[in-house]
Design a protein around this ligand. Structure first.
Ligand code: BYC
Ligand code: FE
Ligand code: FE
Length: 473
């Protein structure tokens, strides 16, 4: 089914869309709705063109091309990673059977649900980030924002393709719903909590791309294992684009910390407010917030949903093929984070299958820690004793075992009164947010950068920092 990418089509694709006229027509009639959504809910800053990477193929000899394009003309395409001939299902009760090219009737509802939840996050993030162009710290950052935005738009296309191609009438209805719900809406909000939060400033944006896009990396990693081959192949290709989103977050926070450290050292002070930088306590609070809402995205510590998904072969584990067990887990056990009988924050043993959200969350947490280590190295190299850290798993949770209690960042269980007294020291307050916002003034001059952030070490695609990444209109 996969061929060379067809770029002459209205919808670029490598799925031979022109061989299925019905599907092609259905997607071509969704396309104007997508463009209307992009115009009304996407980036608000008017631009002439942006130096963007466009996915054009999936092959080993280059999958993307770079060039200045008007964002509305971005070629959102449908690309599935190459088919692995003879691919077998790697886990669950169908382990060893051939992967499915079509959706089995008994798993239709669950697969549709997973694809809809995944698809819903993509436009949500574009909506959350739509006003950030107005306050970009440099043309380089502005370009990265838009790159992330167009690619999340393409990820929406990826899920809509699956819905249209494999779920008939209800798939088309779900595709329409994906454009109808909107982030933060009271009547029809996005499905998952984190995607209804605001991303009002660039520190939030970098935290979001570090912590929340990283949930995307891990969820896509589990869906890449899916027995449903088209889902597996589309997620594999999405992960390629996701790496850049992660880079934006990681290096974005690097640069905020680097700037803060330098101002602290140069002025011999812990308080950088008034020196135009963002201080470590504020960075820590933003980190606490984005990390804890992102932990919620993994669902409950124990979940029968995830057990069913795994057994059915719909959603695997991170690096499934590297796990040394029977890939069925029917009689295995796992320790998960839990409230103990006495209401203490601790652990309990459960069936491995129902603990799979915890398994994935742990992989994610270890990965998050690597970023914190990086930022702490920047502080250490500047000769500073302060350090950032990930808050405890029970801190500020709204989903799962700790949703009903309060805990400090150190994992100490708190009464509602203690939480009330402490929370302003742990989560961004209105004062913190107002301060951060006061720093957010746009810098659109080539080679210039806002005072609260250090310049990047590298430009994009070998271009220098002072390249004309974006032409405003
Ligand atoms: N908010 O059995 P449970 C990305 C619901 S990010 C609201 O504990 P389960 C991206 C849950 O749906 C990756 N509701 O959890 C990043 C369920 O409802 P139903 C997105 C929540 O089902 C940045 C009920 O609570 N992809 O790509 O095992 C920018 C009980 O749930 C939340 C996916 O998530 C929440 N946080 O796991 C752009 C992959 N958490 O069904 C893009 C697909 C749980 O009983 N989704 N609930 O009505 C999944 O695999 C699973 O649905 C979840 C939840 C991991 C989300
Ligand atoms: Fe995405
Ligand atoms: Fe992303």
């Amino acid at each position: 089914m996969t061929t060379a990418a067809d770029y002459s089509e209205k919808i670029p694709n490598n799925v031979c869309l022109n061989e299925d006229r019905r599907l092609q027509r259905a997607l071509e009639s969704w396309q104007p709705n997508f463009l209307h959504w992009w115009e009304s809910m996407g980036p608000t800053l008017p631009t002439r063109d942006v130096y963007l990477r466009t996915a054009v193929n999936v092959g080993r000899d280059g999958w993307a091309r770079f060039g200045h394009v008007p964002m509305r003309d971005y070629r959102w395409g449908i690309f599935l990673a190459e088919r692995a001939p003879g691919r077998l299902i790697g886990f669950g009760e169908h382990k060893g059977e051939p992967a499915w090219a079509k959706v089995p009737g008994e798993y239709r509802a669950d697969l549709r649900r997973l694809i809809v939840v995944q698809g819903d996050t993509e436009p949500a993030s574009v909506e959350q980030q739509r006003n950030l162009g107005a306050t970009a710290p440099s043309l380089y950052d502005l370009r990265n924002l838009f790159q992330v935005n167009v690619e999340e738009g393409r990820h929406l296309w990826a899920m809509v393709y699956l819905l249209h191609a494999h779920f008939g009438r209800d798939g088309r209805d779900e595709a329409d719903e994906l454009l109808r719900r909107s982030s933060g809406s009271l009547e029809s909000p996005r499905i998952l909590g984190a995607f209804n939060e605001e991303t009002p400033d660039w520190l939030s944006f970098f935290m979001f791309t570090y912590f929340t896009d990283r949930d995307g990396k891990y969820q896509l990693g589990t869906l890449k294992e899916s027995a449903f081959d088209p889902l597996s192949r589309t997620c594999e290709f999405m992960l390629k684009e996701e790496a850049h989103h992660m880079m934006v977050g990681t290096t974005g926070i690097d640069r905020v910390v680097e700037r803060c450290a330098r101002v602290m050292v140069e002025n011999d002070t812990d308080d950088v407010t008034g020196h135009g930088a963002i201080g470590l306590p504020v960075i820590q609070k933003y980190l606490n917030f984005h990390y804890s809402v992102s932990l919620d995205l993994f669902g409950g510590e124990t979940s029968t949903n995830v057990a069913n998904y795994y057994t059915a072969g719909l959603k695997g584990r991170w690096m499934e093929d590297r796990r040394r067990d029977d890939h069925k887990l029917a009689s295995d056990a796992i320790m998960v984070d839990a409230l103990t009988g006495e209401g203490e924050i601790g652990h309990t043993e459960v069936a491995a299958l129902t603990g799979l959200n915890t398994d994935l969350r742990r992989e994610y947490i270890a990965d998050c820690q690597s970023g914190v280590n990086r930022w702490n190295k920047i502080l250490a190299d500047a000769g500073l004793p302060q350090r950032l850290k990930l808050p405890h798993i029970a801190f500020n949770r709204k989903v799962g075992a700790f949703a009903g209690i309060e805990a400090s960042p150190d994992g100490e269980r708190l009464s509602p009164q203690e939480w009330e007294r402490g929370s302003s020291a742990w989560l961004p307050t209105d004062v913190d947010k107002t301060y951060v916002r006061s720093l957010m003034r746009p810098v659109y001059e080539r080679g210039k950068i806002a005072a609260w952030i250090a310049p990047p070490r590298h430009g994009i695609n070998g271009q220098p920092f002072d390249y004309d990444y974006v032409h405003l209109s």
